[in-house]
Design a protein around this ligand. Sequence first.
Ligand SMILES: [Fe+2]
Length: 388
Amino acid sequence: MPYDASLNFIFWSPTKIVFGENTALDVRIEAENLKCKKVLIVTDKELAKNTNIPEKIKKALGNLCVGIFSDVEPDSGLHIVNQGAKFGKELAADCLVSVGGGSAIDTAKGMAILLKEGGKLQDYAGFQVLTRPQTPHIVIPTTAGTGSEVTYIAVIKDHDQGRKLLFGDYNILPNVAILDPRMTEGLPPGLTAATGMDAMCHAIEAIHSLQREPMADGIALHAIRLIKEFLPRAVNDGRDMAARGQMLIAANMAGAAFSNAQVGIVHALAHTVGAKFKVHHGLANSILLPPCLRYNADACGDVYLDILSAMGVNVERISQDEAGNVLADTIADFTKRLGLPQRLRDAGVPREGLKECSEIALSDGAIVYNPKFISDPAEVLKVYEQAW
Ligand SMILES: [Fe+2]
């Protein structure tokens, strides 16, 4: 799928990036720059219970901090966003600082909407529904994966319907992302690997997306180089601050790339098994990536050669026809060495659940951008079966 050099595109990534060890402690400066007076910290239960990170951020904010909302759970749902927004309204919060992984960041994006617009969050589901800037939002990621600190997307679970809702709007792009490797130091190896593979999927899917464009391609290819080099190091030694820092940068770059170019079949299928069977998002992506690469191979040979090069593979003797299988094998080998499960069955997905998932996945927003048009649930089921 070579570029159509005459295609128009928009690249939009306005979030200010602050990088470096201990930069999270400068959060007050960023809040003051945004002219905020009442900052609410949004974080997840585990982080609040098991680390002193939220308290550190509270201390750094000083008298600007009006409270901590720490009820965020993995795969945050509509009810959590509603609770958080109610709490924020009571405190008259005029700024959110999210501290955590994708769930905390996306919860804060949803809260930013409700604090400004009121109403019910589900009313804003879809794309470009909002008409004005939302509540200022500073993000301090504690995982290197989602890139949500620079994306215009929030994924919030609708527990009643058993599916994930997508909110895509330039008005929910965070104002500032503070990438401090100290914030990811305590992340265990398994989660470091899984979240890192989420970033890898963002980068690869951005490059093979129907909406790919040269700005996002360049950023995504460098993210892949960084992940290839530094994810194994961060998994092997969580205190390797150089590796932690480069992984934060890689996840951020991959986020900026897919926020513009979009993702595809891997995310559509991962969202679905994630919502149905509570498979960790990064792990679901990691398992589904190789079979999805094989599925898309005949549409993406040249693109996959570029990705293989970024993975450090000599592609001189690899043809475009072979590229999909070689890349799928390379990725599977990479995730095996990271110690990640290789099959959906190892991640708690029952085989009899795949059929329903293959029907639901077709209505996921991400599938629209897949390089190969897909509308037949039987085709999706084949990919799920390969991953199972
Ligand atoms: Fe993702």
